[in-house]
Ligand binder design. Structure first.
Ligand SMILES: [Zn+2]
Length: 325
């Protein structure tokens, strides 16, 4: 820069020393500075763009680590979901079936959290979706676990009730097999000929022919709801309430062996066979009622009959003969 420059002056026709004005000098300096600043800025921008600072390198490693851990978390969630799905299926298809309970509705099992967007606070970040997805899965799992746990409580209640239910539901013959005169007459449930009016009438129970004085037994645990005689045609009869919607009726007794309000166990003596009320010969008229409706008692003897005996009773009961009422 400090080179001395000359120029040819056309007026004086001489070479003269060139002297730069201070303004020009200043301009030149400023120009050099400006160029430097622009160049430096470009270099810095490029450096920031393509070369990480140590801080950035560390942050990036942490993000990579987080992403990796979230993917591990998702895999674990897959496994937990598979386990709870298995529990739910076994619950619906085995436990609840055994106890004749409806499966838990799918909408209840799969319910998430509706209404307001409860994941709003997770919005607005680069990884919002990832975090929301995992959070949602965890929430749903927590809810499914609670539903399943409640269902097991119900099943446990049913287990406890089932023992009582099994003892209560009528399940034996009301009369000893050896006392039965199967070969003479056993009149079944359904439309049968009325012994007195000789018209077809609905027979709500089953008639067991036996001699007067033969013992009659309660067919399940329960409470004696009625023991006595009225003008119903049943003569001296007993009604036992077994709970769970079941009642049994034993009619035409010659003698009562239980009292109203008494608790009875299955197999307990409640009366003796007779011929009281609307009856055309000594027999026991036996009814089973489920939720107030008479049902075919033949389906409630499974406990103490061999398959041949059961078949024999079934065949006799299905013959369209005359009842003894
Ligand atoms: Zn009858």
């Amino acid at each position: 820069m400090s080179k001395i420059k000359y120029y040819y002056n056309t007026k004086t026709l001489r070479y003269e020393r060139y002297v730069e004005s201070w303004q020009k000098k200043l301009l030149r300096v400023l120009y050099v500075i400006a160029t430097g600043v622009v160049f430096a800025t470009v270099v810095i921008i490029l450096a920031y763009q393509y070369i990480d600072s140590p801080k950035e390198k560390q942050l990036k490693r942490e993000i990579a680590n987080l992403e990796f851990n979230y993917s591990l978390l998702n895999e674990k969630l897959d496994r937990i979901e598979a386990v709870i799905q298995d529990l739910e299926q076994r619950d619906d298809n085995i436990y609840r079936v055994i106890f004749e309970a409806e499966p838990v509705p799918k909408e209840i099992r799969q319910a998430g959290y509706g209404g307001v967007n409860r994941y709003k606070m997770l919005d607005g970040y680069a990884y919002s979706e990832l975090i929301k997805q995992v959070t949602r899965r965890v929430d749903r799992l927590a809810k499914r676990t609670v539903v399943q746990s409640k269902s097991y409580d119900e099943v446990w209640q049913m287990v406890k009730n089932k023992n009582k239910m099994l003892a209560s539901i009528p399940a034996i013959l009301p009369i000893l097999k050896k006392d039965l005169k199967l070969q003479i007459n056993t009149s079944g449930f359904g439309y049968r000929i009325d012994p007195i009016y000789k018209t077809v009438k609905f027979h709500a129970g089953m008639d067991f022919v036996a001699d007067v004085g033969k013992p009659v037994y309660a067919t399940g645990d329960g409470v004696v709801e009625f023991a006595g005689a009225d003008d119903s045609g049943y003569g001296i009869h007993v009604i036992i309430n077994h709970g769970f919607g079941y009642k049994t009726l034993y009619a035409h007794f010659s003698e009562l062996k239980c009292k109203q309000g008494q608790k009875v166990r299955r197999g307990e003596l409640i009366g003796l066979v007779g011929n009281t009320g609307k009856s055309v010969g000594p027999h026991l008229h036996y009814e089973v009622r489920k939720n107030g409706e008479p049902v075919n008692p033949v389906n409630y003897y499974f406990s103490d009959l061999s398959s041949e005996e059961y078949l024999q009773i079934l065949q006799k009961a299905n013959q369209p003969g005359q009842t003894l009422d």
